[in-house]
Design a protein around this ligand. Structure first.
Ligand code: PMP
Length: 356
């Protein structure tokens, strides 16, 4: 009955809820999940131990300030504590960033297609999304993005590498773009897949942040570090932005288990980055195999590949599932396929061979 319903903000009307990557069917035919860009390796024993130790006191709230992790990050990146903020996954930090910067009447600019959370968190804030189409080669069109910025633009997301295409923007074009962005507009470099980049021309966002007060870098422990289920991400940003992020944080939003696992992962970085190296080799193998089969695939610098399939997208995803791998379809456009275990990648390649 409408008169008993509480008043909800009109902006929330029609916002889609998050669509998680479809899980693999336990014991079923679709055994491998290649739909959420997760890390296929199981947790390192040392990381698991740190989580188990932290679990002994989960009757207590976590350290709200994430002191240990913040100190580790400060040392690791050579940034002051006042320039750091942690959050419930980097999507949580992205949501805080919008909450802190944009509201009704403001605009948020991002490429499209890109990370599916951007339109959702923008709409939740009441701000307006300005989507700038990728080039025909599936790369950010930074000239068009610069041209889309108005005096209402508060935030620009640059997803580098871009989800779901895996494509990157390189130093020269990114610097040229940043030169054109007004000083009062925040540019968020979303580097969720940073550790998978092998192209030397792609700049490290942290270097750009050091030179520019309106640049903020988003990173996550979900991908290269393999902690997707623990929900911890962070931002490196200049003081007013980082301070706003600390204000808008969900209290106790990063569990002690997540904090300890993130610290242990930073300390086990060499081993984890070795695993990333193996996944990058698999990415090359999969991309080469797809091209040898006759597919056109954009050069991915992330832990997934993008296959344009147009109207055949949904059928292709169903064929993958039938064969034993779950992929992520974007109906009418294409599928994003995570680089997983070699066996899983082989199954995917069998489907692409039959489908082409
Ligand atoms: N940014 C991008 C580009 C992503 O693809 C993802 C995860 N799919 C995230 C941010 C969020 O990751 P998390 O919240 O797990 O840190």
């Amino acid at each position: 009955m409408s008169e008993t319903n509480p008043k909800l903000r009109a902006e929330l009307e029609g916002i889609p809820t998050y669509k998680p990557g479809k899980p693999a069917a336990a014991g079923g035919p679709a055994a491998y999940k290649l739909s959420s860009n997760e890390n296929p390796y199981p947790p390192l024993p040392g990381v698991l131990e740190s989580v188990t130790a932290a679990a002994e006191s989960f009757n207590r709230y976590p350290d709200m300030a994430c002191t240990g992790l913040m100190n580790e990050l400060s040392d690791r990146f050579g940034v002051p504590l006042s320039h750091l903020a942690t959050g419930t996954g980097s999507v949580g930090v992205a949501q805080q960033l919008i909450q802190a910067t944009a509201g009704p009447g403001d605009e948020v600019v991002y490429a499209w297609r890109s990370f599916e959370a951007y339109p959702i968190i923008t709409q939740i804030s009441g701000a307006t999304s300005v989507r700038v189409p990728l080039t025909p080669g599936d790369v950010h069109d930074l000239d068009a993005m610069a041209a889309a910025i108005t005096d209402r633009t508060r935030l620009v997301f640059v997803c580098n590498p871009n989800n779901p295409t895996g494509t990157v923007v390189r130093r020269e074009e990114l610097e040229r773009f940043l030169d054109r962005v007004p000083a009062d507009c925040l540019v968020v470099l979303d580097e969720a897949y940073r550790e998978f980049i092998r192209d030397p021309e792609v700049p490290d966002g942290v270097e750009l942040y050091r030179e520019r007060p309106n640049v903020c870098v988003l990173r996550t422990f979900s991908k290269a570090y393999g902690l997707a289920g623990l929900r911890v991400g962070f931002a490196i940003a200049h003081e007013p932005v980082a301070a706003a992020l600390r204000k808008t944080a969900v209290p106790f939003g990063v569990s002690q288990l997540a904090q300890e696992a993130a610290i242990a992962s930073l300390r086990a970085e060499d081993e984890l980055l070795g695993r990333v190296g193996s996944l990058v080799c698999e990415r090359t193998r999969v991309s080469d195999a797809l091209r040898a089969q006759g597919w056109t695939v954009p050069e991915s610098q992330a832990n997934f590949v993008w296959l344009r399939l147009g109207e055949r997208t949904v059928d292709f995803a169903a064929a993958c599932e039938q064969a034993g791998v779950v992929v992520r379809p974007f109906a009418g456009e294409g599928v994003r396929v995570t680089i997983g275990e070699a066996e899983a990648n082989d199954i995917f390649l069998k489907v692409t061979e039959a489908f082409h």
